[in-house]
Design a protein around this ligand. Structure first.
Ligand SMILES: [Ca+2]
Ligand SMILES: [Ca+2]
Ligand SMILES: [Ca+2]
Ligand SMILES: [Zn+2]
Length: 698
């Protein structure tokens, strides 16, 4: 026995390594391994779970035909950040329907069960119902919705946000994605806790929003079977490929269920001819249609009588079981036989989840109220047109820059609920306050910095001192080897009016410093522009670590720039996508982490010329321009010594050259502009260039 115990644990610990890198898998074994760790008492609990007999005689008599169908109250906790993961009630009801059909063998695809398995396919006689009472006795439709960024890979921490008494409810949390991945790098679609792991803090099932039901954000190939599988674990079932082919004693090896043929390692897709183990007698094909293997949901269609027996004889009674979830007292407390409609809980967002818009644009709002069907509603839109509405999806136009409050009152016969979100809609001016030529050296005296996207977390964009190209500060996208590959970090510029360069060739030019951590592709950075206040983004250029982003050669872990030679100039043409005519161009620097090194940028410059042809900071300009205090149309231009002849052009706001002049080095000339307006003066001596902006008053 002792030998077996050790062997069993070792195989559980490493069984995931055998999984083939294909689609999303179950993470239950991985969580079990982490839970056991080196804890002897947990190891004992696990061994007891596997081998200790705990037969409930009331069930044993009728292992396959017991007294009544057992009923489990269920609650879905949707953890969302107003994204696609905030799945509809309809999708959850679709999942509930699949779950109920699968556990009663009423699923339409029972006909696909192959003939050799038909005789052992079982009606599990388990039913699931959404709760109508929460733990405090309040009215619920069995779905809670909680806004939290933990939806992005928060895993176990989402259970801290909301959880209902596990002795009564089966808790199912729906999140955007599970942060852990399997040892083979595949994503985890869902994971459960076993009955013997019952804990008030962790019991239940977490599922990725793409694997709930077969409609909405899920698919017909998932078929809602991810939850069918995970609920199998929640009742204590193991994978049929547990311990591989194992020994010939089917009751002491593998999934500890005799009528499920042993399986060497998880089956994927729908391999109906797979027979991975021959130590079963008689030697049968793998039961790939079993919900507890890893075949596609659309391939799965059955549990077995042996699996049913294991659940009923071991996990429907006693401690560390699901016995308390199925009692009549629990049914009463959770209200599963009631059908009381509830008062709504008001909530809303915009239909595209965008809340920053351009002056004069329209927003479509989306009523996301939950917990009760709504019969009436009242919207109030500060600063919007219309200023109120009773529509489900009102379209509202905002004509003045500012930040505006939106209020929704949701009403039905059971009650009403109101929610207000202040400064919810930000309307940016059609013509940006910042006009190019524009510089941003990220120095503290320029604060408050108008750029957005700075992070307070360990990783991401920050303004940091000590490794700058100019002054004290640079913008740094902090990344190291402990960061997660694939994480994205965005830095956003304020809107910039480029119309002084209208129909010309303005450039984004900046200094960048980066070195690879190790050989490989390294980090990536894509620079996007938006002419519609961030609603849509168009790519301007892409930089990839090893090929065109590194400014310092070789592989250097945790590298930082220490001298000016560590930096290089990146030039990006802004006369793409007609951005040169934009009155409010926004730029976005999107970094994708490769768990490598930080990326440093400094001295953002938007004008006609690249930084590489401009004079370095601290060096005198090649010319000096002064404006007559009494006549703003009169100017004096002075050239510096040893510059050579400087060619000067004056361009008006619509891009026309109104004056052209050669200025010899170390000289002074005067010129006059008659028409009031904004002008760009461009100076170029063949090796260096600069741009100045002047305004001629009325
Ligand atoms: Ca078996
Ligand atoms: Ca076999
Ligand atoms: Ca700087
Ligand atoms: Zn599983």
């Amino acid at each position: 026995m002792r030998k077996y115990l050790i062997l069993s644990f070792a195989l559980v610990a490493f069984s995931r390594l055998a999984a083939v890198a294909q689609d999303a898998h179950c993470g239950t074994d991985k969580m079990l391994n982490e839970w056991i760790g080196n804890d002897a008492s947990r190891m004992k609990a696990y061994q007891d779970f596997l081998f200790e007999e705990r037969v409930d005689s009331s069930f044993e008599n009728g292992k396959l035909g017991k007294k009544t169908v057992v009923i489990v109250p269920v609650v879905f906790h949707v953890i969302h950040n107003y994204g696609v993961e905030n799945i509809s009630k309809e999708q959850i009801l679709n999942q509930m329907e699949t779950l109920n059909k699968d556990y009663r063998r009423q699923n339409a695809d029972t006909s696909k069960t192959r003939s050799q398995f038909k005789s052992i396919a079982a009606d599990m006689e388990i039913e699931f119902r959404l709760a109508t009472k929460d733990p405090d006795g309040n009215c619920t439709d069995g779905i809670t919705r909680t806004v939290s960024e933990l939806t992005y890979g928060g895993d176990e921490s989402v259970k801290e946000l909301v959880r209902w008494d596990y002795t009564k409810y089966l808790n199912v949390w729906v999140i955007h994605h599970i942060g852990m991945s399997n040892d083979d790098g595949t994503i985890i679609a869902g994971y459960s806790r076993f009955p013997f792991q019952t804990s008030s803090k962790t019991d239940g099932i977490i599922v990725d929003y793409r694997f709930i039901g077969s409609i909405g954000t899920s698919s017909s190939s998932v078929a809602g079977r991810t939850l069918t599988h995970e609920v199998g674990h929640w009742f204590g079932l193991l994978h049929p490929f547990q311990d591989g082919c194992g020994s010939t004693d089917c009751s002491r090896t593998g999934d500890l269920v005799c009528d499920t043929p042993p399986v060497e390692s998880a089956n994927f897709g729908c391999p109906l001819t797979s027979n991975s183990c021959s130590n079963d007698s008689p030697d049968q094909l793998d039961n790939v249609e079993n919900y507890m293997d890893y075949a596609n949901g659309s391939c799965q269609n059955m549990f077995t009588a042996g699996q049913k027996s294991r659940i009923y004889t071991k996990y429907m009674s006693g401690t560390n079981s699901r016995a308390s979830n199925i009692t009549s007292a629990t049914h009463e407390a959770t209200g599963i036989f009631l059908s009381n409609p509830c008062a709504p809980k008001a909530d809303f967002h915009t239909s595209d989840y965008i809340t920053v818009i351009c002056q004069g644009s329209a927003v479509t709002f989306q009523d996301l109220s939950w917990n009760g069907d709504i019969t009436d509603r009242v919207w109030t839109f500060e600063g919007g047109s219309p200023s109120s509405s009773t529509f489900e999806a009102p379209v509202v136009t905002y004509n003045s820059p500012g930040k505006y409050k939106v209020t929704l009152k949701a009403i039905n016969a059971q009650g009403e609920s109101e929610i207000s979100k202040t400064e919810f809609i930000e309307v940016l001016p059609a013509e940006a306050n910042i006009k190019s030529p524009y510089q941003e050296p990220f120095e503290s005296e320029y604060s408050p910095l108008l750029w957005k996207g700075l992070s307070t977390d360990t990783y991401g964009w920050k303004i940091k001192t000590g490794n700058s190209n100019s002054g004290q500060y640079a913008a740094v996208c902090v990344i190291d080897a402990s960061d997660e590959t694939g994480n994205k970090y965005n830095l956003y510029s304020p809107p910039i009016d480029l119309t002084l360069h209208k129909d010309l060739s303005p450039k984004l030019s900046f200094h960048l410093a980066y070195s690879l951590r190790s050989s490989g592709s390294g980090e990536r950075m894509v620079i996007y522009g938006s002419d519609d206040c961030g609603k849509s983004w168009l790519a301007l250029t892409g930089l990839v670590g090893a090929s065109n982003m590194n400014s310092h050669s070789g592989n250097n872990p945790d590298w930082v720039p220490t001298s000016s030679s560590d930096w290089k100039v990146i030039d990006v043409n802004l006369n793409q996508h007609s951005f040169q005519n934009s009155t409010h161009l926004m730029l976005r620097f999107e970094v994708t982490s490769a768990a490598g090194n930080s990326i440093f940028i400094d001295d953002i410059n938007i004008d006609q010329f690249s930084l590489s042809t401009k004079l370095p900071e601290g060096y005198p300009d090649i010319v000096n321009i002064s404006q007559n205090a009494n006549n703003s149309g009169q100017f004096t231009v002075q050239s510096a010594p040893t510059t050579g002849t400087i060619h000067m052009t004056v361009v008006n706001a619509v891009g026309e050259t109104v004056l052209s002049l050669d200025v010899p080095e170390n000289s002074e000339q005067q010129f006059r502009i008659f028409a009031p307006g904004v002008y760009i003066l461009r100076f170029d001596n063949g090796s260096r260039a600069m741009v100045k902006k002047i305004i001629v008053a009325q």
